[in-house]
Ligand binder design. Sequence first.
Ligand code: CAA
Ligand code: NAD
Length: 292
Amino acid sequence: MSAAIKNVTVIGSGLMGAGIAQVAAQTGHIVTMVDIDEMAVNKAEKRIGDSIKRVAKKKFGDDGDGAAEFISGSISRLGTSTDAVAAVGSADLVVEAIVENLNVKKKLFAELDKAAPSHTIFASNTSSLSITAIADATTRKDRFGGLHFFNPVPVMKLLEVVRIPETSQETYESMCDWGKAMGKVTVECKDTPGFIVNRLLIPYTLEAIRLLERGDASARDIDTAMKLGAGYPMGPIELSDYVGLDTSKFIIDGWHKSFPDVELFKPSPMLEKLVVKIAETTEETLATMNDW
Ligand code: CAA
Ligand code: NAD
């Protein structure tokens, strides 16, 4: 029998970390959500507050008392911190959802490996990096795996559970059991680039950007075509934006570096330009804010 996971530490309180922490708290886990950036934690708390109300509305309908109890119970199980090392002291599971950068992830896990109890399972929510490469930073590869959630986490039903050759059967079963306790349907995948969903989805969204780049169709028409012609809930251009253009760029750049001959992994000049433009706009906005 796999060991039950009760205390969960989620590192990273961005788009994904906030969602994972929210669903874990909603499903009765004691959660600590960590970020190096205090502002990110504050933003995440606000996002979770809004999202949990939508979940409660769906779950409880007109039962206002039930909804209020669900919301307050969930929030009471969710703590926050900016100190990852201190936050893993009593964790059964650590789910990492920080920036998509191998060296940053490895540095974090190397530190946590020294601080976490020996039974603690480590998992990465990486979209595209090798779980083996991240786990290399630790001495607990048998208690390491991939737990890949989808955005928006409170809505998307899937969880990809990724095992590396060293992942023990007990760890794998604990991760699957936890996924089910989170209300997700789990699928198993080997540690391959993009696992199942992103191996198909990222080349698809990049191909859509290339269509746009060549001037073959407008962004609006590409999105309309895939929504109405293929039954997707979002078109590929809207989806790239929803995932984060920077995340899409990190993924494709990384794969292109590792597999330079794969045509589908070629970077897109338009995506490059858009990400630079967004970074410049953010810098400008921050500069303006600093002037205030
Ligand atoms: N929190 C809680 N509930 C939410 C929510 C959130 N953040 N976002 C949406 N919802 C709920 C809404 O309350 C609504 O509930 P009801 O059915 O009770 O009304 C329901 O979800 C539908 O939402 P909306 O009516 O606002 O909008 P929609 O019907 O367009 O659905 C969507 C929104 C669920 C995001 C849908 O557009 C969708 O499924 N898009 C595709 C998302 C996708 O492909 N995600 C995977 C990205 S890839 C990835 O994540 C992996 C990676 O590594 C990059
Ligand atoms: P994000 O940029 O929204 O959030 C990342 C957060 O991590 C930021 O708040 C940042 O301050 C924090 N952070 C960075 N370094 C840190 C550190 N050393 N310690 C603690 N916090 C740190 O990113 P995201 O979209 O939530 O993605 C997070 C991870 O999840 C990435 O690996 C990404 O590939 C993966 N992922 C993303 C999506 C998506 O749709 N965006 C879907 C599935 C998986």
